[in-house]
Design a protein around this ligand. Structure first.
Ligand code: SF4
Length: 369
């Protein structure tokens, strides 16, 4: 279908040194010299070239190399990939180019080389600075390696993010707090904080079912998310999305693109693409359509996605959505009276309670269409 230009590009790199116990992402454990990785990267480069020739990369503003573990590819494959990218699209400093890395494979040399090849934001999968917790998660690094990786990243990158996880069985409030403080101390400019979720068919799922591992406690997770918010806000981080905190100017533009319905192109196994025009929005993964929305459903989804972000949605956007969603005002009134959203400075914004009861809030808006 004729579609608006893609403005965000996601490249999926589905290989890791080993699988973590909670992971349900599309990724395989592979040794670094596994020829499957070479074949995959070659095919990915060809796909990038093809999309470039078709003119699909000309309006890209953000690029994200995710996984899996992109740093597990090693430098020669990353060079090939980033070189292909730089000859296929405009990869100037104003384009945000993020790469995920894990502490065990991010070396100081890799930091220097990917920076020289156009990556300008590093997102490091730390999860915790507590060795015991990292062992429970089945991660391949320890706390010291994580700290060294962040220090190495900061030698070249001003934009460094790390992921932290809460609600992990055996993780005390003190351990979690210490991890948040450690990340701040190491000078990262962006932190994502996620509660652990037990995904079907993972080792954690089997352990919970057999009683070997307690199920994560929602109240503990909510408390730990609040602890993180308080510590990070007093250290100068802004919470711009339910799970994302950034120093001023360091919010992730690529993730904001997903939450503001910017069309995105995904290349690689299981990478989702969102294609849209003013009447239709489609999401596709591996050639299969996973979503096919009409204009009213798009409006409802835009409101729902907007509620993930602190800034919420503008009155103008609500006025546009009202033309397609007849029950909108009634629903907004209900959400306000339940304390899930509030109105301020010409915008409808989520409240803390709205985020805590996210499924209720998002569901009420999505069900409008
Ligand atoms: S490093 Fe990330 S993608 Fe790889 S197995 Fe662990 S959680 Fe999954």
């Amino acid at each position: 279908m004729p579609h608006d230009p893609y403005r965000a590009l996601y490249l999926h790199l589905p290989f890791c040194v080993r699988r973590c116990s909670y992971c349900d992402f599309t990724t395989s454990a592979a040794s670094q010299d596994d020829p499957r990785i070479d074949k995959y990267v070659e095919e990915l480069c060809l796909a990038i070239r093809r999309k470039s020739k078709e003119g699909e990369l000309s309006a890209i503003e953000t690029v994200y190399l995710g996984g899996g573990t992109p740093s597990h590819l090693g430098m020669s494959r990353l060079s090939m990939l980033l070189y292909t990218l730089s000859t296929s699209m405009r990869l100037e400093p104003d384009i945000e180019c993020s790469m995920e890395a894990n502490p065990e494979s991010l070396t100081p040399n890799m930091v220097r080389d990917i920076w020289a090849l156009g990556v300008n934001r590093l997102s490091i999968g730390v999860q915790s600075f507590d060795d015991e917790v990292l062992r429970t998660l089945g991660r391949a690094h320890d706390a010291q390696t994580a700290a060294r990786a962040i220090e190495a990243a900061r030698e070249r990158f001003s934009n460094v993010s790390c992921d932290l996880m809460c609600g992990i069985p055996g993780q005390s409030a003190a351990s979690f707090e210490q991890s948040v403080h450690r990340a701040i101390e190491l000078g990262v400019t962006h932190i994502s904080v996620y509660p652990l979720t037990i995904e079907p068919h993972t080792p954690f799922d089997r352990m919970v079912l057999s009683g070997e591992l307690p199920e994560p406690d929602d109240d503990v997770e909510a408390e730990q998310m609040e602890i993180a918010r308080d510590i990070l806000q007093s250290a100068g981080f802004e919470r711009y999305e339910v799970a994302s905190y950034a120093k001023p100017g360091f919010a992730c533009r690529h993730n904001i693109a997903y939450w503001t319905s910017v069309p995105y192109l995904g290349i690689g196994t299981s990478a989702a693409t969102m294609t849209q025009n003013s009447e239709r929005r489609m999401r596709m993964t591996d050639g299969l359509v996973t979503d096919d929305l009409n204009a009213a459903q798009m409006a409802a989804e835009d409101l729902m996605l907007g509620m993930r972000m602190t800034r919420g949605v503008s009155d103008e956007a609500i006025a546009q959505a009202r033309l397609l969603l007849p029950r909108l005002d009634e629903t907004i009134d209900e959400l306000i009276s339940e304390g899930l959203v509030h109105h301020s400075d010409g915008r409808l914004r989520p409240t803390e309670k709205g985020w805590l009861l996210g499924n209720e809030l998002y569901g009420a808006l999505f069900d409008l269409a």
